[in-house]
Design a protein around this ligand. Structure first.
Ligand code: SF4
Ligand code: SF4
Length: 290
């Protein structure tokens, strides 16, 4: 962990578990925090934080552009492309931009130097402010296959920031989630109190173990009944850093797009206390794993 910087990633096995609710409220409960929405296919942290837009930039990827006059149809590029993004059909090289991974390899292998690279916008990053919270939001354009380049750019931007960063990760355990937690000092896994909740928790648990990241669980929507997600934590010896009760008022504030900690002292205390427990865990992990 870099001096004066802490990155906390918030994950869940599926959408709708309360990941964004927890992320935005934690960010709002901390002085001068940075909230980063890496859920680029469906970013909705901004619907709660309602930040100003101070800066916006497009994110590009490069894709091949073919010079038909120079191409002699040798098909070396087609053979090279592992993603089947090239095909030589009716004496013409076709590029399927949607499945191209922008590796640049086809341009390198072309003996005729017939392939050059062209920029294509796949989305954008907005930078803004919401009271005490700086907000970075990544947005993937509809129909684009991979948000990884936007997440990589967000991760790069976070490296320049001091203080505490809360990263709202995409749901699940795919490569976009892996990219989002790359620099995280600590991961919070959010889980619902159901059998499905426990099975979704297991997915992200396997991921953070694979990446060797320190982590703890926040159990959301807790009732008095048996909680399979909590049972899973007990069984695996996982630290539960917080329990958020099933609470109609919190649900209503969240449903109305409000930040609970800005609406009530009770919630301000609840999320501040949760952050204190998480910060203690981060410190503990830093001491044993410097
Ligand atoms: S840049 Fe890479 S992925 Fe895209 S078409 Fe060329 S070889 Fe295939
Ligand atoms: S490697 Fe170059 S010359 Fe050969 S088919 Fe591809 S673009 Fe054409």
């Amino acid at each position: 962990m870099a001096e004066g910087k802490t990155q906390i990633a918030v994950l869940s096995g599926k959408g709708g578990t309360g990941k964004t609710m927890l992320s935005v409220n934690l960010a709002a409960a901390i002085e001068n925090s940075l909230y980063v929405d890496c859920d680029v296919e469906e970013p909705n942290g901004h619907l709660f934080l309602k930040p100003s837009t101070e800066n916006e930039k497009n994110v590009f990827v490069q894709h091949p552009k073919v010079c038909e006059q120079s191409c002699n149809g040798c098909r070396l590029c087609v053979k090279f492309c592992n993603f089947n993004a090239l095909a030589y059909i009716q004496e013409k090289l076709m590029v399927f931009e949607d499945i191209c991974h922008s590796c640049g390899g086809c341009a390198l292998v072309c003996p005729q130097k017939a392939i050059s690279e062209e920029d294509r916008t796949i989305g954008k990053i907005s930078e803004g402010k919401s009271q005490n919270v700086k907000v970075l939001t990544g947005v993937l354009n509809p129909g684009e296959q991979s948000g990884v380049p936007i997440i990589s750019e967000l991760v790069k931007m976070c490296r320049k920031e001091a203080g505490t960063t809360i990263i709202d990760c995409p749901p699940g355990s795919s490569c976009v989630v892996m990219d989002s937690i790359k620099d995280a000092d600590y991961c919070i896994l959010v889980a619902e109190p159901t059998i499905f909740g426990a099975s979704n928790l297991e997915m992200v648990y396997e991921l953070v173990k694979l990446f060797n990241k320190p982590f703890g669980v926040v159990l959301n929507k807790c009732l008095k009944d048996k909680n399979p997600a909590e049972e899973f934590c007990k069984e695996k010896g996982i630290t539960v850093v917080g329990k958020i009760p099933f609470d109609h008022r919190l649900g209503k504030l969240n449903g109305d797009g409000q930040i609970a900690v800005r609406e009530s002292k009770l919630y301000k205390r609840m999320f501040s206390d949760l952050y204190v427990r998480v910060a203690k865990e981060v410190k503990h992990e830093t001491v044993i794993n410097p």
